[in-house]
Design a binder for this molecule. Structure first.
Ligand code: KG4
Ligand code: ZN
Length: 353
């Protein structure tokens, strides 16, 4: 089955074609430079950029390959409403023109299934840790289409914590990857930042206090933010590099404490899967791999280039969902972030939130 996937939920415009686990075509355009000047994603600009770019990316697909597609998959949510609508409208029109089915894919589902894009197959049941800019979720993954939420963030996501603290230091947007880069040159300081919301017995997260703690540390230690708009790792002081290393360690440890709790609650699991933008983080990858090893679990994580948003993961998730017999009706709606999930939301069958 050849599936064309479209991703437009936030600030990446991407189309990919997958057959099984083989990538046949891929195009990805990041809007980060457009939003960076505002220090965050501007939803209206994101929608207009998707509108401008999506058809241009689709035009590059080989005509014969396009005609051979069996299925269209598109991110249905969660995401920015206007941005989702551009992708969904395009996907529906293409499905109509090619006379093939269309399927609305859950963005977080797609992130986790991206663990298989490198050719491996997840050994189910698994614990899934989804860490992105907008979400931090722990799932029990019984199969490719049966996920149950075990915990989620009550406020900021892990990626949001990285990005907000990076902003305090005037690192470029989005800051997670720059913190990671500087952390590699710094030394983590123990007991400087609190591991937030661990003194309980649940699998939920709360990262908003970490930003406050980091801001306090920056103030009390008189750490000066970098000059605006001139990022050069060579001239970043050690105090900032050490803070970045500490932040990497604190977030990775916190994620692992809750993930370990989920593993203990489900002794039947065979694997640990970690995905989403923050799964690109070197320390998060290493600590989660170590945790899996200590617990005798197989470890799955997408290659770094498939941790962020991309069309390949959407195409792959669409293939998996369709294989299990699900197809969306042509009038399916977008499910923006924060909206109540209606009963007909196909992925609701899999994500019992
Ligand atoms: O999954 P994603 O591309 O978009 C959402 O669905 O949110 O995740 C984006 C997030 C951003 O917060 C970004 O700063 C973070 O992933 N991120 C990282 C790294 N690379 C991207 N955070 C920490 N370390 C990284 N290397
Ligand atoms: Zn994402």
């Amino acid at each position: 089955m050849k599936c064309l996937g479209i991703e437009t939920s936030c600030d990446e415009t991407s189309i990919a074609i997958i057959e099984g686990q083989t990538l046949l075509h891929e195009a990805l355009h990041t809007q980060i430079p457009v939003h960076a000047v505002f220090g965050g994603v501007v939803p209206e600009i994101a929608s207009r950029e998707h509108l401008r770019l999506l058809d241009a990316l689709a035009q590059d697909i080989d005509a014969e390959l396009l005609q051979s597609i069996d299925l269209i998959a598109v991110t249905r949510g969660p995401g920015l409403l206007g941005a989702l609508l551009i992708g969904i409208a395009y996907a529906k029109a293409l499905a109509l023109a090619l006379e093939i089915p269309v399927i609305g894919v859950h963005h977080l589902h797609a992130h986790l299934l991206a663990c298989e894009l490198n050719g491996q197959l997840i050994d189910y049941p698994a614990i899934g840790l989804l860490v992105s800019g907008g979400h931090t979720h722990l799932y029990l993954m019984r199969s490719a289409v049966d996920f149950t939420v075990l915990g989620k963030t009550l406020d900021d996501a892990a990626g949001e914590a990285f990005d907000k603290i990076a902003k305090l230091l005037n690192l470029p947007y989005p800051g997670g990857k720059y913190i990671d880069l500087l952390a590699a040159q710094g030394t983590a300081m123990k007991n400087i930042l609190p591991k937030p919301y661990i003194h309980n017995d649940n699998c939920d997260f709360s990262f908003s206090g970490l930003k406050t703690a980091a801001a306090q540390f920056i103030r009390t230690h008189a750490i000066e933010a970098l000059p605006y708009d001139t990022f050069d790792p060579a001239v970043v002081p050690d105090s900032i590099k050490d803070l970045c290393a500490t932040l990497n360690m604190t977030i990775a440890e916190t994620l692992c404490i809750k993930t370990d709790r989920a593993i203990h609650a489900h002794p039947e699991v065979r694997s640990l899967c970690v995905a989403g933008g923050v799964a690109a983080n070197a320390h998060v990858r290493a600590r989660c791999a170590q945790l899996a090893n200590e617990r005798g679990l197989k470890f799955f994580v997408p290659s770094q280039s498939y941790c962020g948003d991309n069309g390949a993961m959407v195409a792959y998730a669409g293939t998996q969902v369709a294989r299990h017999g699900y197809i969306s009706p042509l009038d399916f709606e977008a499910i923006p972030r924060g909206r109540h999930v209606p009963a007909d939301y196909i992925v609701n069958h899999f994500f019992k939130e």
